[in-house]
Write a protein that binds this ligand. Structure first.
Ligand code: HEM
Length: 243
């Protein structure tokens, strides 16, 4: 790719590093494909990608398999890590003590849902319209990029029963919590997050570990470093046993 003049040296270095990374992964996919026997069971995601067939033809090129691995690894560490960071930040800043009479797993589930509601790791996602679409009175033409913010949706009082501005895991113990379309921490539809179950399992295990520990932060809730993935800025947390 020819880079425009205005790109900074730092960005240029990052793009070159990314190209080298994708090239190395593509070479790895090629080697792996060559070493696969027809009846070898898949051992990991790369095996599944290089083995995949569509109408008897290969479903993915080496480059596509490499890009998929790269996106998954990137999301696993960057987005999954951001989710964990917000869980820690929320534990330090809010009261997350389990109320009497509530089962432990119900409570950790409620804490994780509330962290993903108030501090969604992905604060902006988008779609390009395939057809003209009506949003209320506004007709948006095909080809337009439409952005959706899970954060705005999660804190809009029109769609939530109890004060959505407040961090309150107990809201998730009620039968009706929100409008069915108002909670999208993992997106929706065919391009929904593919790591949602893994991410939830990790977050719930972490919330369970934190339930028996004391979490303290230096200065309450950290500011947000805004992006499509929004991270806590300068997070400093210490975790100690509760005793
Ligand atoms: C707290 C953790 C996570 C959150 C909140 C999260 C959220 C999201 C969201 C909102 C999207 C866009 C969905 C849409 O536009 O409808 C997405 C996409 C994606 N996520 Fe996650 N994610 C998390 C962790 C992970 C992990 C751990 C993995 C992989 C191991 C992963 C893999 C992906 C992939 C591959 C996509 C792109 C899917 C596609 O475009 O078809 N995510 N994620």
């Amino acid at each position: 790719m020819t880079l425009p003049y205005a790109v900074s040296i730092r960005t240029r270095r990052r793009l070159h590093a990314n190209t080298a990374w994708i090239e190395a992964l593509t070479a790895h996919a090629r080697t792996r494909r060559a070493s696969r026997g027809p009846d070898d069971p898949p051992a990991d995601l790369l095996d599944l990608l290089v083995d995949a067939r569509e109408d008897d033809a290969l479903a993915f090129t080496d480059l596509e398999a490499a890009q998929s691995i790269s996106i998954n690894l990137g999301n696993l560490y960057r987005v999954g890590g951001t989710g964990l960071a917000w869980l820690l930040a929320a534990h330090a800043a809010h009261d997350t003590a389990r109320p009497d009479g509530i089962a432990r797993e119900d409570w950790t589930g409620a804490v994780v849902k509330e962290v993903l509601r108030v501090y969604p790791a992905v604060t902006l996602t988008s779609r390009t319209l395939a057809d003209d679409a009506a949003f209320g009175d506004v007709i948006v033409p095909a080809g337009t990029s439409v952005y959706l913010s899970p954060l705005l949706l999660h804190t809009d009082p029109r769609w939530w029963r109890a004060d959505p501005g407040r961090f309150d895991p107990a809201r998730w113990l009620a039968a009706e919590v929100h409008d069915p379309h108002a909670y999208l921490p993992y997106g929706a539809g065919p391009r929904r997050c593919t790591g949602d179950r893994l991410a939830n399992a990790v977050l719930e295990s972490a919330a369970d570990l934190l339930a028996d520990r004391r979490t303290t932060g230096s200065s309450g809730l950290p500011a947000r470093r805004w992006g499509s993935v929004t991270q806590p800025r300068r997070l400093r947390i210490s975790v100690a046993s509760a005793g």
